[in-house]
Write a protein that binds this ligand. Structure first.
Ligand code: PHE
Length: 457
């Protein structure tokens, strides 16, 4: 028993927990995915929709994940086993573990690019005459090179494994306490620089002025998917992190804090990317390469641009690392709790699996014919993973979790968990309404829409 607790671990403080959960939430989703999806979906109106989903779907689902995890004190598979014994609900947890490895596999590719770009910037590899077109070409070249792509991906996976092997408090908590404040400071610095660029105003207008004619069913799907992805919901990450949380702490305020920080950083990232984009007069619908193309082109024009550029990619890499550790931790918790593996072996084996699965994503920007243009749809293998696992699977996971909490485990059971240590759960009627009706119905409607319009990507 003693040994099991040691292998499991726990947060040493509420602050450490919030930083770790916020670290999981804040990642490439905020600085890389949010801006380009906002750009593709018309700007301000998308942002409003996104904010709405964070509050009415993201927050309740996060409360549910924290409560389920902490009530069971287990990984997602074990949590469903404990709370709904002798049922097949544990499969939902299994789906979460698989999603963790799936997202880790392509997320590490993009994270690897950020490390590569950090070095490129630092070494001043971007010449002073770089036009946006040249920047795009440089990126294509970089991403297509198999040695770069695979090498940096593996490097990133290795870093992730090292942190996770260190354990919950000594590895994860200690590293986020260092990285999160650094990330915040770097972001602030860069925003000040972006806002003072000539022509920044047009970017701000695009970002903040809602144009509701741009909202279609597809926009709604993307906004919900983005909210879940960005908050790390729908696959048991927050359940796992919640399982290490002390019973004394308030799940309601902790989840509100995490939602707030995540949204804050995403909104702030917009204030960095859009002014920069418009100041450079680049087409704003850049896709996944957006930050890798736009930002290098602008940094060289700045005073100390090389340094700002390096700082930016360092920021992205840090944000990504605090997320990849949470993706890996889900599967590690499963192997440690349910299969009694040692933490180190669990981390190592899962990282190896993620490394193998990452290969088609890492190589999908090169010349391999099938990976860079699947079925002639113009999407790469990495795009496919991003949409399939990062959007659909998370949405399905969130749906199943809301049904589980709303109808199987029950609102009263959740309330008891939230009220541990003599707290009151004031908004629980509102919560019950959101988790039982709003979340599942909204998600079902979205899927019905996708099926009806066959607008899958
Ligand atoms: N939330 C992370 C981000 O925004 C990605 C993530 C998704 C992490 C799901 C864990 C689980 O980058």
């Amino acid at each position: 028993m003693e040994q099991a607790t040691v292998e499991r671990g726990a947060w040493t403080s509420k602050f450490g927990f919030i930083l770790a959960a916020a670290g999981s939430a804040v990642g490439l989703g905020n600085v890389w995915r949010f801006p380009y999806i906002t750009a593709q979906n018309g700007g301000g109106a998308f942002v409003l929709l996104y904010l709405l989903f964070v509050v009415i779907i993201g927050w309740p689902i996060m409360i549910a994940e924290f409560a389920v995890g902490r009530a069971a004190e287990r990984n997602p598979v074990g949590a469903f086993r404990v709370l709904a014994p002798k049922t097949i609900w544990y499969i939902v947890g299994g789906l979460g573990v698989a999603c963790g490895v799936g997202i880790l596999s392509y997320y590490s590719v993009v994270a690897g690019w950020t490390v590569g770009y950090f070095f490129k910037m630092l070494l001043g590899e971007f010449s002073s005459k770089m036009t946006p077109d040249q920047a795009a070409e440089t990126f294509r070249h970089f991403a297509a090179d198999p040695v770069n792509a695979v090498g940096y991906t593996f490097l990133f996976l290795g870093l992730t494994a090292i942190v996770v092997m260190g354990g919950v408090s000594q590895g994860i908590e200690r590293s986020v306490k260092l990285m999160m404040p650094l990330l915040f400071i770097l972001l602030l610095l860069l925003i000040v620089r972006a806002l003072t660029l000539e022509g920044a105003g047009a970017g701000i207008r695009f970002y903040l002025k809602p144009d509701f004619s741009k909202i279609s069913g597809g926009t709604v799907v993307m906004a919900l998917g983005q909210a879940l992805f960005s908050l790390s919901l729908g696959m048991g990450t927050m359940m796992t992190y919640g399982s290490y949380l002390n019973k004394k702490e308030s799940i309601i305020t902790a989840s509100a804090d995490v939602c707030f920080y995540d949204t804050l950083i995403a909104v702030m990232a917009g204030f960095l990317i859009f002014p920069t984009l418009f100041a450079m007069k680049i087409d704003s619908t850049g896709g996944p390469g957006l930050v890798f193309v736009v930002l290098p082109a602008i940094f060289h024009k700045m005073f100390l641009g090389q340094l700002f550029g390096a700082a930016f990619f360092l920021l992205l890499a840090i944000a990504a690392l605090t997320s990849t550790i949470s993706l890996l931790e889900v599967g590690v918790a499963y192997l440690v709790d349910e299969r009694k593996w040692r933490r180190r072996s669990a981390a190592l084996v899962l990282t190896l699996i993620a490394a193998i699965v990452s290969l088609p994503s890492a190589l999908s920007f090169g010349t391999l014919p099938h990976l860079n243009d699947l079925w002639g749809l113009g999407i790469t293998f990495l795009d496919l993973m991003n949409i399939l696992v990062g959007n659909y699977f998370l949405t399905i996971g969130a749906f199943l979790l809301s049904v589980f909490v709303g109808y199987r485990w029950g609102i009263q059971a959740l309330r008891r968990e939230v009220e541990q240590g003599g707290r009151r759960f004031y908004g629980y009627r509102v919560f019950a309404f959101l988790i039982r009706f709003v979340c599942p119905v909204a998600i079902l409607m979205i899927f019905a829409y996708i099926l009806a319009t066959k607008n899958y990507f």
